[in-house]
Design a protein around this ligand. Structure first.
Ligand code: ARG
Length: 468
């Protein structure tokens, strides 16, 4: 292998369409096919469910507009990590990356890949629940396949993104059309008195939000790859303004269609509402919905991979992760070590993981860090008004999102304290044990050198540079 003196750079391969697909394609994944009934169970009535779906869409929109300002002010890739690093400083950024790499990312990969697997195997096990091992092996196979594609080249992973996004928008459109047909035929019983039975206690609202926000998660995905985006100052805000309203509208219409076709009881007893809907409305073609849900999860998995590998890569570049993770393949320009590392950890989470608990845990931790990131934005707006910004949001927007984030994180703890939330908090703080000796005091500097050189030769990777 020839050693190049000049540093490698990741290429700018993501245009506006790629950006929209990266956002919408990651957002539309498992949630809209699996969680509408969980929102309904928590909140109690179809009307209030729809209100929750609309509020979450609005929250995702306001949050991503705030992130668009961050992304055009701090132009490096890395999402929350780089924003926290540049505003709150090293220790908190390290705690973020530690939690993100060790659990949040792998948990979201595991959650989406489980939903992919459940839907892939569903048609083969019509009369009984599929064995756990089969589901987990299929989920792992999905992760391996995507890891390989993402290591091979950026363009094919972008093509997968665009293709699967089209497929899932089409399948959601089928559900919407099915719903319109029901409504035209006068099936509006479930939508009459639609607020009857609403639960108004704080923890039900909080949990309904957690389930629903899982479906919207991924709204921040483009901020992880701003260095690879063409003309980020224009394309970042534009992609957000197109993708998020599109997804919100689809989600609302799909929910209306579920409510028009299924009774609340049918919905609540279903484990995957889209499949129940398919069996009732499409009859013999019901399996199409399992296929659509599987394809949708696969595309979202790809988006999560694409951005997840990048975060690890940016953190390694800043010295918060081992050097090898900041390297890119010498010819393919993909950050393969970071991608391989992220998949390896997802396998570990996959072994004990189940979809439901992953979702609640994920939303809690994710919103905790979104809140810290938004504080960073407020800090920049107030303290550094001089910084050049290609895009600005009115300050009330991040303030509103911050209040919502604080509510989301605190509501379940205050109203119904559970020991798991304490574990999560302790886990986040345990990052300090690694930070102090290895990063702050830089003890054992050459610890990983041999492994780095070996892995570098084996994977044909070299240090990559910022792409600004
Ligand atoms: N919204 C996606 C879904 O419904 C989950 C996305 C998780 N990935 C992420 N990068 N946040 O399945």
């Amino acid at each position: 292998m020839d050693i190049k003196a000049e540093k490698l750079k990741l290429r700018c391969e993501v245009g506006l369409l790629g950006g929209i697909s990266l956002i919408a394609g990651t957002m539309i994944g498992s949630g809209i096919f699996m969680s509408p009934q969980l929102v309904l169970i928590n909140i109690g009535s179809p009307g209030a469910s729809l209100v929750i779906w609309a509020c979450c869409g609005l929250l995702a929109m306001l949050a991503s507009l705030s992130y668009a300002e961050l992304g055009t002010t701090i132009r490096e890739s890395g999402g929350e990590y780089i924003y926290i690093l540049r505003t709150a400083g090293q220790p908190i950024a390290f705690l973020f990356i530690f939690t993100s790499v060790a659990v949040v990312r792998p948990a979201s990969l595991a959650g989406v890949s489980l939903s992919f697997a459940i839907n892939v195997v569903a048609p083969f096990y019509q009369d009984c629940p599929p064995p756990d091992n089969v589901v987990k092996c299929v989920a792992a196979a999905g992760i391996v396949l995507l890891a390989v594609v993402n290591c091979l080249n950026v363009r094919s992973s972008m093509n997968i993104m665009v293709f699967f996004m089209a497929a899932k928008v089409l399948s959601l459109a089928i559900i919407v059309i099915g719903g319109v047909v029901q409504l035209v035929n006068g099936n509006t019983v479930n939508l009459e008195n639609s607020f009857k039975g609403t639960n108004v206690n704080v923890s039900s609202i909080g949990l309904a939000f957690f389930q629903c926000l899982w479906s919207y998660d991924g709204w921040n995905n483009l901020n992880y790859v701003t260095e690879e985006l063409k003309k980020p100052q224009v394309n970042l805000p534009r992609a957000v303004m197109i993708a998020i309203p599109l997804v919100t509208m689809l989600y609302l219409l799909v929910n209306v269609s579920y409510f028009a076709s299924l009774t609340p009881r049918e919905m609540m007893s279903s484990s995957a509402v889209a499949v129940t809907w398919g069996n009732k409305v499409l009859g013999g073609w019901g399996w199409l919905m399992s296929l659509a849900a599987a394809l949708s999860a696969f595309g979202s998995l790809n988006g999560t991979f694409f951005s997840g590998g990048r975060v690890c890569f940016v953190a390694a570049r800043e010295g918060h992760m081992p050097d090898i993770l900041a390297m890119a393949h010498v010819n393919r320009f993909t950050p393969s070590p970071a991608l391989i590392f992220t998949s390896a950890i997802s396998f570990i989470v996959l072994i004990p993981g189940d979809f439901q608990s992953i979702v609640n845990f994920f939303s809690f931790t994710a919103w905790f860090f979104y809140a810290i990131t938004l504080c960073g934005l407020l800090y920049l707006k107030i303290r550094r008004p001089d910084l050049p910004r290609a895009y600005q949001v009115p300050i009330v927007i991040p303030i509103l999102v911050l209040l919502a984030a604080v509510f989301l994180v605190l509501a379940p703890i205050v109203d119904d304290p559970q020991i798991e939330y304490l574990y999560v908090t302790l886990f986040i703080l345990s990052g300090v044990i690694i930070y102090v000796p290895f990063i702050h005091f830089k003890l054992f500097p050459g610890l990983l050198d041999r492994i780095t050189v070996f892995a570098q030769l084996f994977l044909e990777v070299a240090p990559a540079d910022k792409n600004l």
